[in-house]
Design a protein around this ligand. Structure first.
Ligand code: SAM
Length: 197
């Protein structure tokens, strides 16, 4: 990624180098999902990044979909990404030239300050596994704010969505990409489409 003045941060339990290496692998996985969306002739105009941190995933989305605007949501409470703050996220987005295409909300993904069907697409990476409680609430909020026939790109470690079918009522898993990150760790990206009304 390496753009001067841009720092997407250091993940909990990882060195700076490990965090960067992880992001490079995650970028490749998301790129496959973006190709799937393009093949499906889906081009989002409005995207919400849930637990956006310093904007790494937002950057992937905005660079791939030039018409899109993004809303970054995070509590910035320090869990998961050391030293993250809304000011640092904003500085990254400005350095990448996205100042006119982004909005920021300091909010909890389990209680989103948006009306129903506000976005064409929601994206999230490395966030929901950290929610000790309220994971189901976060899923239901993610679905609520996406419009019918919109998409959710849900990337995470540790959560096997198949075991939680009730999280996915009202939507359909279209693609699943899985990559081994370590001996016992897998990163899985689900491409989920919300059902029509
Ligand atoms: C490991 S970081 C991932 C950041 C970013 N998605 C990325 O891939 O670089 C997890 C992020 O989730 C945020 N987070 C954790 N719990 C949250 C919650 N309940 N609501 C909103 N954000 C939350 C943290 O503040 C942190 O920025």
């Amino acid at each position: 990624m390496g753009v001067p003045g841009v720092d997407f941060g250091q993940y909990h339990h990882s060195t700076r180098e490990e965090s960067e290496a992880l992001r490079q692998r995650i970028a490749l996985i998301f790129s496959r999902a973006f190709s799937y969306l393009e093949e499906s002739r889906f081009s989002p105009s409005s995207v919400v990044d849930l637990g956006a941190g310093l904007g790494f995933l937002t950057h992937l989305v905005l660079s791939r979909f030039p018409r899109a605007r993004a809303t970054l949501v995070d509590t910035f409470s320090g869990h998961g990404l050391r030293g993250a703050s809304v000011d640092r996220a904003r500085a990254n987005m400005e350095a990448l030239g996205y100042a006119q295409r982004v909005d920021f909300y300091v909010a909890d993904v389990r209680s989103l300050p948006f009306s129903d069907a506000s976005f064409d697409m929601a994206v999230t990476s490395l966030v929901f596994h950290n929610l000790s409680d309220g994971v189901q609430r976060a899923f239901s909020e993610m679905q609520r704010v996406v419009r019918p026939l919109g998409y959710m790109l849900y990337g995470d470690i540790f959560i096997e969505l198949e075991r939680h079918r009730d999280y996915l009522s009202g939507c359909r898993v279209m693609q699943k990409y899985e990559e081994r990150l370590g001996e016992e760790m897998f990163y899985t990206l689900y491409v989920i489409r919300k059902d029509p009304d």
